[in-house]
Design a protein around this ligand. Structure first.
Ligand SMILES: C=C(OP(=O)(O)O)C(=O)O
Length: 290
């Protein structure tokens, strides 16, 4: 089964859909967001992704008043959450820039008003962050949009994934294997979950959302058939903010896309053939002709 996101068909043996997750790595700065969109476009990614919250709803109660040192001074966690959200005009500016650079854009809404906000802006799809997989109200709102939904499965049991899929249905669904540690260690990657999810939910395209350092694990995910790869991106891993350290810098993203395409070319079709380039070595090396 395939899922169409904007101009891309995901699954069905198509090239892996590469999502550059800007998330909150724009640190609330539209110009920084636009530079990250440029990085994604220059690297050959297919889409950029953001995170959209209504801080009044999405900030857990016990976290609200926790003080946080930020580049803008010490503030509460709630104030920080407000500081890094883009408003409608800012979203129009960044989504226009993404479209101008030939990229699809969407976001993970973390609450129901954020779904409405993104729908109003014409997002081509929606993502469910692993943390939201058990939020039935959010899942129902996303299902009701009729848009493709990309569901991340980190920090979740298989029963919780079953329950989320019961709500979302399997039409227009892309599942993402994920482990929600930052940065993720190789021992926690459990990439064999990619074929395991494919077996459990026949016909549902399965991709990979990664938070590891480096490229190897994402590339192995593609070799195991991941139909989409999502990685956080940043201009500089040492920047202030919780996700920068587990993100790819511009060169890393460029190499990721380059290497994914090499692996896809190398995977072939599983039909045994003798390549024309093998004929000369055969003539030279094979002692017993057929
Ligand atoms: C946190 C997110 O996703 P994941 O669980 O795939 O890391 C997100 O999309 O906002």
């Amino acid at each position: 089964m395939t899922v169409t996101i904007g101009n891309h068909v995901v699954g069905g043996g198509r090239p892996a859909y590469v999502i550059a997750e800007i998330g909150l790595n724009h640190n609330g700065d539209v110009e920084l967001a636009k530079r990250l969109i440029d990085v994604a476009a220059d690297a050959g990614a297919d889409a950029v992704k953001f995170q959209k919250r209504t801080p009044e709803i999405a900030t857990p109660e016990h976290m609200r008043d926790v003080p946080r040192d930020t580049p803008w001074g010490t503030m509460t966690y709630f104030e920080y959450r407000q500081r890094v959200e883009f408003d409608r005009d800012q979203y129009i500016e960044i989504s226009d820039h993404a479209l101008l650079r030939g990229l699809e854009w969407f976001a993970s809404p973390w609450d129901v008003p954020s779904v409405e906000f993104l729908e109003d802006l014409g997002a081509v799809a929606h993502k469910v962050a692993s943390a939201s997989l058990t939020d039935r109200e959010l899942l129902e709102a996303l299902r009701d949009t009729g848009k493709p939904v990309i569901l991340s499965t980190g920090m979740s049991t298989i029963e919780q994934i079953d329950a989320a899929i019961d709500v979302l249905g399997t039409d227009r669904l892309v599942l993402m294997h994920a482990t929600s540690t930052y940065p993720m260690e190789p021992e926690e990657a459990n990439l064999r979950m990619i074929p395991a999810l494919r077996d459990r939910y026949p016909g549902v395209p399965v991709g990979y959302s990664g938070h590891e350092r480096g490229l190897q694990i994402s590339l192995a995910a593609v070799a195991l058939g991941a139909v989409a790869v999502e990685r956080h991106i940043t201009l500089d891993r040492t920047m202030w903010g919780s996700d920068h350290a587990a993100s790819l810098e511009p060169t890393g993203l460029t190499h990721l896309v380059r290497d994914i395409r090499v692996i896809e070319a190398a995977l072939g079709d599983g039909v045994k053939r003798v390549y024309p380039g093998e004929l000369a070595p055969m003539a030279k090396l094979r002692r017993v002709p057929a």
